[in-house]
Design a binder for this molecule. Structure first.
Ligand code: NAG
Ligand code: NAG
Ligand code: NAG
Ligand code: NAG
Ligand code: NAG
Ligand code: NAG
Ligand code: NAG
Ligand code: NAG
Length: 326
């Protein structure tokens, strides 16, 4: 009897591998539109306060010549100084300057409800299911705050494009904004080896910048070769991830009670914080916990995955991803 069951289980497993052979990295899920955020999610800072009210991006004259800038600045340099300054945690954005009008613009992609809410869920009293306020979106506004980018970060020209390319880019930014709706902090890899399998890719401000450069390159832009472009990435290292299910299959009526409790317990110490500093302290704390438990429950595409973590567990890197070349 036991043997028969075992065989069935084995057949089930092999069928699963053949039929559902998992693609790595798991593709980031695109949506056909952006849903209204749940009213429970409350921004501490208004999202995109100086953006165009209707989210529109101004049209440029086709013959305009637009300079494109790489913008990068540390997230907390001013506020936390030395304490956490040795991590290079950077925010990335893109600047544009029209030579016909002299006006300039900033495009960036970030969290609607602050980073802590994208990295850790809310846990509500007597509700096992974690609640995520993890939307992220593009913000386009007039102006470049030179002082902010230059004084502790970077403001360098990386390309020159035509007005018509800019207008095509603007169309793409809107589509990208309506279909890529949630923020993902973590990049998950098998090991630190350069050719190791990437299980999950992050989806954050720097990924928006990289996608935009790629799009510009496809539209025919040529990038300056000599600019070095490094980006901050938060890595988790893990053996092959195991799919667990979505909120309803785990936390629903017919869910897996013990798994639900496990996930709830895992996130309990990391409820979203009020400050970025607390978030980083939590990330350091999660490091200790990961070493101990070798377990991480990743929320990706609104689904849960079990990650069997392995050394070095978590790293924060600031490595180069070169500009596109053609
Ligand atoms: C996170 O979400 C909560 C609830 O929506 C909100 O009060 C808070 O301002 C948000 N931001 C942070 C950093 O916690
Ligand atoms: C969006 O608002 C701007 C002014 O803020 C206006 O010039 C533009 O026509 C509007 N676009 C749409 C599609 O409504
Ligand atoms: C992106 O979507 C957000 C959320 O709906 C909106 O506030 C913002 O204006 C949009 N950005 C652009 C550039 O369309
Ligand atoms: C952008 O425009 C503002 C206002 O005119 C100006 O102060 C700033 O120097 C400009 N920055 C760039 C990079 O063009
Ligand atoms: C990764 O690269 C190392 C050498 O750098 C090589 O020994 C190994 O076989 C490679 N692994 C894969 C999966 O390609
Ligand atoms: C959750 O997963 C179940 C089982 O795989 C599936 O039937 C259901 O449609 C999923 N729900 C959502 C909201 O994706
Ligand atoms: C429930 O989840 C646990 C992992 O925490 C797993 O070992 C167990 O097989 C699951 N039970 C069912 C019925 O899927
Ligand atoms: C940028 O990345 C390159 C290659 O990944 C690395 O050698 C360099 O040290 C990085 N620069 C800084 C300032 O960390």
């Amino acid at each position: 009897m036991t043997r028969a069951v075992l065989t069935l289980v084995l057949i089930g497993v092999s069928v699963c591998i053949v039929a559902g052979s998992q693609v790595w990295p798991v593709p980031y899920r695109r949506f056909d539109h952006r849903p209204k955020p749940d009213p429970y999610c409350q921004a501490q800072f208004t999202f995109c306060p100086t953006g165009y009210v209707n989210g529109s991006i101004p049209l440029m004259k086709d013959e305009d010549i637009i300079e494109v800038f790489r913008l990068q600045a540390p997230v907390w340099e001013f506020k936390y100084g030395d304490l956490l300054g040795h991590f290079k945690i950077m925010h990335d954005a893109i600047g544009f300057k029209s030579s016909l009008t002299g006006k300039n613009y900033t495009a960036e992609w970030y969290e609607l409800f602050q980073l802590g809410n994208c990295t850790f869920p809310h846990l509500r009293l007597d509700v096992e299911e974690p609640f995520w306020c993890n939307q992220g979106a593009a913000c386009f506004f007039e102006g470049i705050d030179d002082e902010h980018w230059r004084s502790f970060g970077t403001l360098v020209p990386v390309a020159t494009i035509s007005g018509s390319m800019f207008n095509q880019l603007a169309k793409w930014i809107k589509e990208d904004n309506n279909t890529g709706i949630y923020y993902e902090t973590w990049t998950v890899k098998e090991s630190m080896a350069p050719n190791s399998t990437l299980w999950f890719d992050s989806y954050d401000c720097s990924k928006f910048v990289l996608r935009t450069y790629q799009k510009l390159s496809e539209l025919g832009a040529t990038f300056k070769k000599r600019v070095q472009t490094n980006y901050t990435r938060l890595f988790l290292y893990s053996g092959e991830p195991v799919y667990l299910g979505n909120a309803s299959s785990i936390f629903g009526q017919h869910g897996n009670k013990s798994l639900a409790t496990e996930i709830h317990k895992f996130y309990f110490p990391y409820r979203p914080h009020q400050s970025f500093k607390e978030l980083i302290l939590s990330i350091m704390d999660i490091y200790g916990k990961s070493v101990l438990l070798k377990t991480f429950y990743l929320f990706y595409n609104f689904e849960y995955w079990y990650l069997p973590l392995k050394p070095p567990y978590i790293t924060i890197t600031y490595e180069e991803i070169p500009l596109p070349s053609r």
